[in-house]
Design a protein around this ligand. Structure first.
Ligand code: FBP
Length: 550
């Protein structure tokens, strides 16, 4: 057996908490609400999801007594980027289906949706599950970003599931992956294939949430890891007093991670992309805003500070957003021509094809950023913003602006920078108590939905700011979260992403404090995640959730 750390050994014994409805196993009493609709473009979604549209929200209540149901065989995939707690979702599914009937079986498809299409799998036995309880990472079965969308893929999935006698599939993923789950559920149901599909909300980005889904799993742990690191940088900056640290944080479409880390650490600057879009700020205005804070701190002899930059910022700056939309269309149309080109040639080719404002904006960007904007999209058509070095670009541009201010006599300080990108550091961390409990409960809820014969649902656990004894579990129809969006040059049904709400309590609190945090050195040092010790340091929820539920 390979060596495991002392923490992993001790942590393996942690028994995640479950909502009371699941205390007697996954054979629960189901309470159904009223028929549901879609998040937008209702008629289009209704037309595309004729078999699964309109299902009710389901809430579980405890069964009167432990019941044995028919054994089920369930397939599971992890899809998209890693997020802490994925293994606990699988452990929850395993324990849940075993509670339905000890003869139930769990098959793990390898490397995400690809495993389903290529029929690569392994049976997940008790020994395997036990070795991964409460661990971070997705290494039990791996993950991938392949999009399931063609009928040919769906038929392969059916063939492989039927050969393994699979009754239901659980897709653990973000908005794109749960969109896959919904499309697959519709295909199986409308063709009477009898294989059910259930989704689970995963993503460190925190943008898969809505009125019903309080959080995507992994967000809590990842933000705690980044906040610990940011807190350490804050302390270093405050000790050495000579660097401004520009920290880019993952979160490609929404700034929830940047906002949460700002709430946990109180940095001098935190840019929130959604505000940039709302105020229609230009890149120049963002640079000015940061430079003003640097100058104000320099006037107090504080030539150091911390600036948080959300990974997706570039896509929210209106002029660059228009440029990216045009680039997406252009790259989809010219895919064949671009395929054989290197990054430099792609940028030159694209520059020659763009016209009007977008051509000027593209030309105004540093060459490195131009190339990064022309790099391949992910399989879902998203720009890979983790590859765009916004933190370096801003640090450089603020430096240039400060030189101009110095020449004009409005700034007299010193400006030296360090840049960082925190993303991968947190995606596979050992789940916090919140994520360990939440994930296990989500997996167990997925098992309960399967036991009840449901399809096209996302497992749901809510009221999670209260102790687990008050958590509510159930299922939400995925069609309820969908709308139409432009992807790869075509309108597609997708789950609506949750962006930071500028009228929501977390942003409003941040906005009420940021001027004070900008000039004062008001850093908070959260320290590492605590797995053992008093409840007030171990059983926390995010600042976002606490403020939203206050
Ligand atoms: P998911 O949406 O799949 O959960 O992934 C989120 C994320 O962690 C983003 O924050 C980041 O931009 C992206 O994955 C990077 O993914 P990759 O390593 O595959 O490029």
């Amino acid at each position: 057996m390979s060596r495991i750390s002392a923490l992993q050994k001790a942590r393996a014994a942690y028994q995640p908490k479950l909502p009371p409805a699941l205390a007697n196993g996954a054979a629960v009493k189901i309470c159904a609400g009223a028929p549901t609709t879609a998040a937008g473009d209702v008629e289009a979604i209704k037309g595309l999801f004729k078999a699964t549209f309109g299902s009710p929200v389901l809430t579980f209540e405890p069964a009167a007594e432990k019941a044995v149901k028919e054994a089920v065989t369930v397939g599971v995939i992890l899809s998209g980027g890693q997020a802490p707690g994925g293994h606990n979702v699988i452990a929850g599914i395993f324990d849940g289906i075993k509670s339905l009937n000890p003869a139930s079986r769990l098959i793990g498809f390898l490397k995400g949706p690809d495993g389903l299409v290529k029929n690569e799998y392994m049976e997940l036995t008790a020994d395997i599950i036990d070795a991964y309880r409460n661990t971070g990472g997705f290494d039990m079965i791996g993950s991938g970003r392949t999009k399931l969308e063609t009928e040919e893929q769906f038929e392969l999935v059916r063939k492989h599931c039927e050969a393994l006698k699979i009754d239901a599939l659980v897709i653990i993923g973000g908005d794109d992956s749960n969109t896959n789950a919904c499309v697959l559920a519709e295909y199986f149901k409308s063709n009477n294939y009898g294989i059910r599909v259930i989704g689970c909300p995963k993503t460190i980005d925190g943008d898969l949430k809505n009125e019903w889904i309080e959080a995507s799993f992994g967000f809590d742990t990842a933000c705690r890891v980044y906040s610990e690191l940011i807190g350490n940088l804050c302390r270093d900056a405050n000790s050495a007093k000579k660097y401004w640290h520009f920290v880019k944080l993952m979160g490609r479409s929404a700034s929830h991670i940047a906002l949460e880390c700002a709430l946990q650490t109180q940095p001098n600057v935190a840019i929130i992309s959604e505000e940039v879009a709302e105020k229609k700020m230009t890149l120049g205005q963002i640079v000015d805003q940061i430079a003003k804070v640097v100058a104000a701190r320099a006037a107090e002899k504080n030539n150091f500070g911390i600036a948080l930059i959300p990974e997706g910022l570039i896509e929210f700056i209106p002029e660059i957003k228009v440029l990216i939309a045009e680039l997406n269309e252009l790259m989809a149309a010219e895919g064949a021509a671009l395929e054989s080109m290197d990054a430099e040639a792609k940028a030159a080719f694209v520059a020659g094809k763009l016209a009007g404002d977008s051509a000027n904006v593209f030309k105004s960007l540093p060459a490195g950023i131009q190339k990064q904007l022309c790099s391949d999209r992910d399989p879902h058509g998203n720009v890979q913003v983790s590859l765009i070095e916004t933190e370096k670009m801003l640090a450089e541009m603020v430096g240039v602006r400060l030189k101009e201010m110095k020449a004009a006599g409005t700034y007299t300080g010193k400006f030296a920078t360090q840049t960082h990108f925190f993303g991968y550091e947190g995606r596979c961390a050992a789940p916090s108590n919140y994520d360990a409990d939440y994930c296990y409960s989500l997996g167990y809820s997925a098992a309960a939905l399967i036991g009840a014969g449901c399809t096209g649902y996302m497992a749901n656990v809510r009221n999670t700011t209260a102790p687990a004894a008050q958590w509510i579990a159930g299922g939400i129809p995925i069609t309820m979260m969908m709308n139409m969006e432009r992807r790869h040059g075509a309108d597609k049904p997708v789950i609506r992403k949750a962006l930071v709400e500028l009228y929501g309590a977390p942003f409003k609190y941040f906005a009420s404090k940021r001027d004070e945090w900008a000039v004062a050195t008001a850093f908070v040092y959260p320290g590492p995640i605590q797995y053992f010790g008093p409840s007030e340091v171990c059983d926390l929820c995010t600042c976002n959730l606490a403020l939203e539920k206050k």
